[in-house]
Design a protein around this ligand. Structure first.
Ligand SMILES: [Zn+2]
Ligand SMILES: [Zn+2]
Length: 555
């Protein structure tokens, strides 16, 4: 609705009725009722989320509201339940077991479809499905409709959801969508970081979904090929038989680069070059593994991130600040620390011939085209959305979202992911491999991952090789406990102009520990979220732009 506030017409929500005003409050009439908004249970959920992610309730009320005005609700066809089209076998049993519990984590291998779970849940009552992306949500909604299930795809079909669609599905904001007589909440790929908002409040749809189910007395199932440690702490994990899980992961070639003679510093193992050549030469009917596309992943943009002079061997560094300079798209060296730029020239001897010590994807594209003799496309998050049709595609991890299918995904420098200086690096690397595994499919279809590494014994490599993601969780849980990182603790990252004053206030709380500052940011740590969020809420916020990121993912 609209209300008059300080001379302006302001949007508002009715969050309670039959409230007696206190003596100092003068009542005013509403200007206008605009349309339907979130229901009482979702308003309660918004208040909880404001506490849990140190944000404002109004932020979540906006997320929970329809995009346009919804004045009335459309009719929704009654759900006709047909007998379950059982595929038979242990998979049905596994789904039944997951839906028999209040909370469960279902570890499904990358190639396993999620539709059987959603259909089985929908047979038991209204089901809310939170997908990791709009693309996945759209696919799931289309498949549900083909099977005759009354479905609302949100945010577009908010009204249909509120009218009582049997399944409500959408990306992150779907955790807030209307659902009548909610019976089951399903979160797909719970480990996926896209469930969490990058802007603060940094709320996570997975956790909102779980809290919503708990409040509604509904069951909640999280699925993932590689459940996060948060998931393992939340509910028991149900997994298919070892044989079923293994067949749902691709073949994994571990290319141990320490064994190559001579020891090579480049990114192109003989195995990789052979596979890339095969994409161009095999006839179209040679089977998916031989004729399909090869996708090469390297999380380094531009042409080179480290160069040295070919004449005097001096490293190319920034003349102002001394950091290594990188070469992007053009013949310019740029400093990523201070943004200083100069032409491609050695400062020590004046030579213009520089050698690439650490190539980026632009250089890799040229090299692979030459080595394999096939067309190679370059894909980054910034490239457009036109389809990629070259037999080989090279890109940052964004390429895994841009290419519709591939028969081989090769990680050119997996060690850069495994050794990334972030506390979640191992889980993030595992999630990348799971994403790639889904692109190439399971063993039966000939899907293949190629992992170029000097750490073949690393638990992430071993987990992919043996289709056993529990290996990562076991090693990682121990490290987190030793380092006092989540989920054994709860963290918030505080930054912005008034951050110092704010953490000054937090220091007086006995329940939290303040670390930092590092790069103008403070880390606030507590034993659990109750202590952390209570302390954040109880500490007055100084004026100015304060950013509080609860559960930061990339530190
Ligand atoms: Zn510099
Ligand atoms: Zn030189």
């Amino acid at each position: 609705m609209r209300v008059a506030l300080q001379g302006r017409r302001v949007r508002g929500w009715v969050v309670a009725v039959e409230v007696a005003p206190t003596a100092d409050v003068a009542l005013r009439p509403l200007l206008r009722v605009t349309g339907l908004g979130p229901s009482a249970d979702v308003i309660g959920l918004a208040r909880w989320a404001a506490w849990r992610w140190a944000g404002r309730t109004v932020h979540f009320l906006r997320t929970a509201s329809p995009r346009g005005v919804v004045a009335g609700l459309p009719p929704v066809p009654a759900t006709r339940l047909e007998p379950a089209a059982s595929e038979g076998g242990s998979h049905d049993e596994l789904l039944g077991e997951a839906l028999a519990r209040a909370t469960s984590v279902l570890r499904l291998p990358p190639a396993a479809p999620v539709l059987p779970l959603v259909l089985e849940a929908a047979r038991r009552g209204t089901t809310l499905v939170v997908a990791p992306s709009s693309a996945v949500a759209t696919d799931v909604a289309a498949a549900l409709r083909r099977s005759g299930m009354p479905t609302a795809l949100v945010p577009g079909e908010w009204a249909r959801a509120a009218a009582g669609a049997r399944v409500v599905v959408g990306a992150r904001a779907a955790a807030w969508a209307p659902a009548v007589d909610l019976a089951t909440v399903v979160v797909l790929d719970e480990h996926d970081e896209s469930h969490q908002s990058e802007a603060s409040p940094t709320w996570n749809a997975r956790d909102v979904a779980a809290e919503r189910a708990r409040r509604a007395g509904a069951r909640c199932v999280w699925t993932s090929p590689c459940p996060s440690l948060e998931a393992l702490a939340w509910a028991p994990v149900l997994a298919p038989s070892r044989a079923a899980e293994r067949s749902g992961w691709p073949v994994v070639d571990v290319v141990d680069r320490r064994r190559e003679e001579p020891l090579r510093a480049d990114l192109y193992s003989p195995r990789l070059v052979t596979l890339a050549r095969a994409t161009g030469t095999a006839p179209a009917d040679a089977g998916a593994a031989a004729s399909g596309r090869l996708v090469a992943v390297l999380n380094r943009k531009g042409r080179a991130s480290v160069l040295a002079c070919s004449a005097c061997a001096e490293l190319a560094r920034c003349e102002r600040c001394g950091a290594a300079v990188a070469q992007g798209d053009d013949a310019i060296l740029g400093c990523r620390r201070c943004a200083c730029r100069r032409p491609l020239v050695c400062l020590a001897c004046g030579s213009t011939r520089l050698k690439v010590l650490r190539p980026g994807i632009k250089r890799v594209r040229d090299d692979l085209e030459r080595l394999a003799g096939v067309a190679v496309a370059e894909v980054t998050g910034a490239s457009g959305s036109e389809p990629v049709d070259a037999p080989v595609a090279v890109g940052t991890e964004a390429v895994l979202h841009r290419v519709a299918s591939a028969s081989v995904v090769a990680f050119l420098d997996l060690d850069a992911e495994l050794l990334a200086p972030r506390y979640r690096a191992a889980e993030q690397a595992m999630a990348l491999l799971a994403r790639a595994a889904r692109l190439v499919g399971g063993k039966a279809g000939g899907g293949r991952l190629v992992l170029q590494t000097r750490l073949p014994g690393h638990e992430v490599v071993q987990a992919a090789l043996h289709a056993d993601p529990a290996r990562v969780a076991a090693a990682e849980a121990e490290r987190r406990r030793l380092l006092a990182f989540p989920p054994t603790t709860a963290l918030a990252l505080v930054s912005g102009a008034p951050a110092e004053a704010y953490v000054g206030g937090l220091r007086s709380s006995p329940d939290v520990e303040v670390l930092g500052p590092a790069s103008g940011r403070w880390l606030v740590r507590a034993r659990d979220h109750r202590r952390l969020c209570d302390a954040l809420a109880a500490t007055p916020r100084p004026p100015g732009r304060l950013r509080v990121a609860v559960d930061p993912l990339r530190i």
